[in-house]
Design a binder for this molecule. Structure first.
Ligand code: PLP
Length: 439
């Protein structure tokens, strides 16, 4: 097939034989047997619709902010906005202990602090995540250990986690990447069998559900981010929550300089990660929008999966049928052995069809980034290594599936304001490009 998309009838039929009728129709133009000419080659765009995000802030936030202006303090402790946020938050997962804080990174640092992670303790986590998952582990002088991921879920592979367990392992941080719940039953089982603390990073998973249960309720401690890019936001902010009888009461102090505001003494050592009433007011308003946002994303993401099923060389985002994935992003994988194009060529062609998409996610797995490769965490030698508490060498830690995911995936934008028809067009674009490049 030439660059202009022409190929003879026999070749076209053989290349689309595995597509089924729907794929065949999508791969055809309206006039005959030729595959549709790609937009990148001057053909018609498959996606003609676009959607504009409605304003993210409005009446619910204004109501809280107006109430806040009447207060004579903007401090979190017993603050009405913090209380309003906390109560609304507790309606989702029923957590007994909740601490608002300044970021998702802060939430995770608070969690590992409250969990008692100390010098040399190993914490197993995912190599594809925001670095905020890991920063707190290093600040507590723990040692992040990276386990490999599932090829289609992009989440921790429980067998990979088990292989990384050593006598020094103390905790697992499960990251629900893209809003897709991890296999929590398997991770819980591993944690219980080895006496490990299970922490959930729900930063990308607001409103997600694992087997019908709210995300963040299987682990011992769970963390969320309210940073601007997340489903709901107050610009920057975070939440830590727990039902655990010993870790739960500690999350407040670990977010507040180690100060127990009930006993009035400094019981722990930590930094100041408090959230102000201003942030809590906006976040409390945002929580009223959450269900609408995540229900729409869950529906649209699942629809996309349904409509691209069977497209040659394409693996849809793998979600367990009993879970609710909230698609902070939708990520598919491109199999270059089944397509005559590279991932980057696929992405360019898909983008030209009018699909909002980008290749991969983070540029490298977290431990392949320079600061990890150089173990340069504290402007000098890594204290735990200097003290002989670890022999970790990130230049030797391998997570081949995670590397492959970053090199072979395309992220497709899904927003709650997209009309269903735009998702159908997006699916058509994916099928069109896949059919064109199909071997
Ligand atoms: C955003 C994010 C964080 C960090 O949150 P911040 O609020 O940006 O500090 C941590 N983990 C994951 C998975 C995230 O997406």
């Amino acid at each position: 097939m030439g660059p202009n998309g022409n190929m003879d009838r026999r070749r076209f039929l053989s290349s689309t034989a595995g597509l089924g009728l729907a794929g065949l129709a999508a791969a055809q133009t309206g006039h005959g047997q030729e595959p549709a000419k790609l937009a990148i080659n001057g053909g018609e765009k498959a996606v003609t619709l676009s959607s504009k995000q409605p304003p993210r802030f409005g009446e619910p936030e204004k109501v809280q902010l107006d109430a806040m202006i009447q207060q004579d303090t903007l401090f979190y402790w017993k603050g009405p906005q913090t209380t309003a946020f906390t109560e609304r938050f507790q309606q989702i997962g029923g957590h007994t202990h909740v601490m608002t804080c300044s970021s998702g990174t802060a939430a995770l640092h608070i969690a590992v602090g409250a969990a008692g992670i100390g010098p040399g303790d190993e914490v197993i986590t995912a190599p594809i995540t925001d670095v905020g998952t890991i920063i707190g582990v290093i600040y507590q002088q723990g040692v992040p250990v990276f386990a490999d991921l599932g090829a289609g879920t992009y989440n921790l592979d429980p067998a990979g986690v088990e292989r990384r367990i050593t006598p020094k392992t103390k905790a697992i941080i499960a990251v629900h990447l893209g809003g897709n719940p991890c296999d929590m039953d398997a991770l819980r089982k591993i944690a219980d069998a080895h006496g490990l603390i299970l922490i959930e990073d729900c930063a990308q998973a607001w409103g997600a559900q694992y087997r019908g249960r709210p995300i963040g309720t299987v682990g011992d401690i769970a963390c969320w981010s309210l940073q601007n890019s997340k489903h709901i936001t107050c610009g920057d902010g975070g939440v830590v929550a727990s039902n655990h009888e010993s870790f739960g009461p500690k999350i407040q102090q670990y977010g507040d300089k180690g100060f127990n505001r009930i006993s009035g003494v400094f019981e722990s050592f930590s930094t100041n990660y408090r959230m102000s009433e201003t942030q809590a007011a906006v976040a409390a308003g945002q929580l009223t929008r959450l269900e609408g946002i995540v229900a729409a994303r869950a529906r649209l993401g699942n629809l996309l999966t349904e409509k691209i099923a069977g497209a040659p060389g394409i693996t849809p985002h793998e979600v367990h049928p009993e879970d609710r994935c909230v698609y902070w992003f939708y990520m598919l994988r491109v199999d270059s052995t089944k397509l005559k194009c590279s991932r980057d060529e696929f992405h360019k062609a898909l983008s030209a069809e009018g699909v909002g998409c980008s290749p991969g996610y983070i540029p490298t797995t977290v431990h392949k980034s320079p600061v990890f490769q150089n173990h340069a965490f504290f402007n000098g030698p890594w204290p735990v290594k200097l003290a002989g508490l670890t022999d970790m060498d990130y230049t030797k830690q391998e997570t081949p599936e995670a590397e492959a995911i970053l090199k072979t995936s395309v992220r497709v934008v899904i927003t709650e304001s997209m009309p269903e028809e735009q998702i159908l067009q997006t699916a058509e674009a994916i099928r069109k490009v896949a059919a064109y490049y199909s071997v």
